[in-house]
Design a protein around this ligand. Sequence first.
Ligand SMILES: NC(=O)c1ccc[n+]([C@@H]2O[C@H](COP(=O)([O-])OP(=O)(O)OC[C@H]3O[C@@H](n4cnc5c(N)ncnc54)[C@H](O)[C@@H]3O)[C@@H](O)[C@H]2O)c1
Length: 325
Amino acid sequence: MSNKSLGIAFIGAGEISILHGRAVREIPDAHLVGLWNRTESRAIERAEEEGCRRFATPEELVNDPEVDAVIICTNLETHLEYAELAMKAGKDVLVEKPLCGTVAEVEQMKKTALETGKICMPGHNMIHEASLQRAKKLIENGDLGNVVSCYVLYNIYHDEQRASTLPGVVRQLLTHHLYTLMYLVGRPVRAQAFKTTRNHLQPDHEDLTMVNLELESGALGHLCASFAADDLSPGPWTFTVKVIGSAGTTHYTYNDWVEVKKGISHSHTYTAYQDTITNEVRQFVELCRAREGEPSSTLDDAVWAQKSLEAIEKSIAEGITADIK
Ligand SMILES: NC(=O)c1ccc[n+]([C@@H]2O[C@H](COP(=O)([O-])OP(=O)(O)OC[C@H]3O[C@@H](n4cnc5c(N)ncnc54)[C@H](O)[C@@H]3O)[C@@H](O)[C@H]2O)c1
C-alpha cells in the first residue's frame, strides 16, 4: 500500500458534491484535486469553495496523473458513461446512487469494473452509519433471534423547486431503502407497492410511496419514502430503520442528531447524513489504497436493488404482487 495521499476528483458538482467535499477534507490520506461540472458557472463556484482545480472536460479530469479516483456526482442518466470513462482511464470510482436507470446498465458497469480491474463502489451511504453496522452484527450473531420484520421509513419534505429537479421518490429515494434492507436482513423476493402525489404540482413526480416486501428469509419488510411532508410528531419517522426479531429489536433514527440550520434539501441539518457520506468515502479511500476487500454494499447489491425497484414499479403500474428475480 502506498503512503501517498489519494487524489480524488468529482465529475458533477451539484448539491451532493458539497457533502463529498466535506468528507474528503475530513479524511487525512486523501485530497480533492479538482472537479468538472457541465455548467461552467457552477464549476467555478464549487472549485473556488473547495480551493481545488477546475477541469475543462471530463476527459481531461480522468487523464490527469494527480487523479487516482473519481466520485461520480452527476444525474443518474449519465452515471454509466462517466464511470466507464474513468475506469477505462485507469481510475477507481465511487458512483452516487442510484447507480443506473436499468438492471442492464448496472450489469454493464460491473462488467467494466471486472475488465479494467478498477474499484467501482456503489454510493450506498446510509449503511455507513455506526448504529446500522452494530445492528447488522447483532442480526448476524443471532442476538435478535429470528428476524420478524424490517422497516425503513423516510419522510423529509422537499420544496417544489427542489422536488421538480429530481425524479419521483420511487426512483430518487427507494434505492436507499432497498440496499439498507438488504444489508441488514437480506434480499427481497416479492413486492407490493403504491405511489401517490399529495403535496407537489407535477403529477408524474410522485411524492409518496409505500412498499411491502417478502424477504428470502420469510421475514417481511416495509418501506416508506416521502417528499410530501415532514413528520413533526414527538417520535418522528424522518429517516428511521427498525428491525424486530423474536429475541430483540434495533432502532436507528436521524433525529438523534438535529441541528437548527437548513441542510441540503432539508429543513434541518441531520448530522448523521454527512457522517454516512464521510464514512462511505473513507471506506472507498481505504479500498483504493489496500487494493483488496469489498465495499459493505456491492455491485451485486446494486443489481438486486435495481431489480427490486423495477418489480416495485411493475407492482404499482399493474396493481399486482411482483416477483423479484
Ligand atoms: N446519497 C445521497 O443521499 C444523495 C442525495 C442527493 C443526491 N444524490 C445523488 O447524487 C446525484 C446528483 O444529485 P444532486 O442532488 O447533486 O443533484 P443536482 O441537481 O444538484 O446536481 C446534478 C449534477 O448533474 C449534472 N448534470 C445534469 N445533467 C447532466 C448531463 N447530461 N451531463 C453531465 N452532467 C449533468 C449537473 O450539472 C449537476 O452537476 C444523483 O445521482 C442523486 O441521485 C445522492
